[in-house]
Design a protein around this ligand. Structure first.
Ligand code: AMP
Length: 286
């Protein structure tokens, strides 16, 4: 079946209506410029859902800087090809005026889940994410929704959002897809100049070092951070924004590493900000 492109909420609902009876509807919210990371979410959704909907919307409400919103890559034609090739039924690519005909007065505040990591450095970002995800859930009414573990704080917030608002959707987290050298795939990687691309693996190498420390029994997060961030070379194009060890559910920094944790970081490579994380656990019996 060819992919159907819709840009209005009314057309989306009309298109989905007859498809609902035949099995699960799966939603993958994206901002487009699709890559193999998005493709792995699509493939997972295709395994579990009869009808897969990909939304493509660069959500202004979650951008804290106007220049970042403007620079964000857009590639609708190529995205449609990716979706068609992988059996997506519906691509929902609305204009900003369709999603926000007027600036919203009702938004979703996410509390302490947004206090650390990206939330600390991108004011209002997760309010924008939670609000648009909730709107997409209302528009699509999916049975299942797919999110990447690459955005660990976002995934934790979405899980809590559906719990707190009793949204009848199953949230599925999908592992991070990486380049052969470890760099997590991201639409923002397209913005990297060749020299920046080489430097961009520094964050993943630091995360791997943190995982080595934790799995060898280091329980003090400060010692882990010190050893891990020492891996990041001093270079004028590289700046670590944060590097934290947090609990996987509420994304709060831990005082001691006694249970599985998420180690998450953000790095500026030139004018491009990249994020990544790994799950790590202390050795059994500590
Ligand atoms: P984005 O278009 O960046 O908003 O991402 C859309 C979805 O794809 C989000 O749930 C992301 O977490 C997920 N995603 C982005 N990059 C990757 C990746 N490298 N591996 C797996 N999922 C990803």
């Amino acid at each position: 079946m060819p992919v159907t492109l819709v840009d209005s909420i009314a057309a989306l609902r009309n298109t989905l209506q007859p498809l609902r009876g035949s099995g699960n509807v799966g939603l993958l919210p994206t901002m487009g410029a699709l890559h193999a990371g998005h493709a792995s979410l699509i493939d997972r959704a295709r395994l579990e859902c009869q009808t897969v909907v990909v939304s493509i919307f660069v959500n202004p409400l979650q951008f804290d800087r106007a220049d970042d919103l403007q620079r964000y890559p857009r590639a609708l034609d190529a995205d449609l090809t990716v979706c068609a090739d992988r059996g997506v039924a519906v691509v929902f690519a609305p204009a900003v005026t369709e999603v926000y005909p007027t600036p919203p007065l009702c938004v979703i505040e996410v509390g302490r889940l947004a206090d650390h990591l990206c939330g600390q450095f991108r004011p209002g970002h997760f309010r924008g994410v939670a609000t648009v995800v909730m709107k997409l859930f209302q528009m699509v009414q999916p049975d299942r929704a797919y999110f990447g573990e690459k955005d660990a704080q976002q995934l934790a917030i979405v899980r809590r959002l559906v719990k707190d608002f009793d949204v009848p959707v199953t949230i599925v987290g999908v592992p991070t897809v990486r380049e052969p050298d470890g760099l997590a795939l991201s639409s923002r990687n397209k913005q990297l100049a060749p020299e920046e691309r080489k430097l961009a693996t520094a964050l993943y190498r630091a995360l791997c070092e943190a995982d080595r420390q934790i799995s060898s029994g280091v329980t003090d997060p400060e010692l882990v951070k010190k050893a891990a961030t020492a891996v990041v070379p001093s270079h004028k194009l590289l700046r670590l924004e944060y590097f934290e060890v947090v609990d996987p559910e509420e994304m709060q920094p831990v005082e001691t590493i006694a249970d599985p944790v998420v180690v998450a970081g953000a790095v500026w490579v030139g004018a491009t900000r990249l994020i990544d994380n790994v799950h790590s656990a202390p050795p059994a019996g500590t």
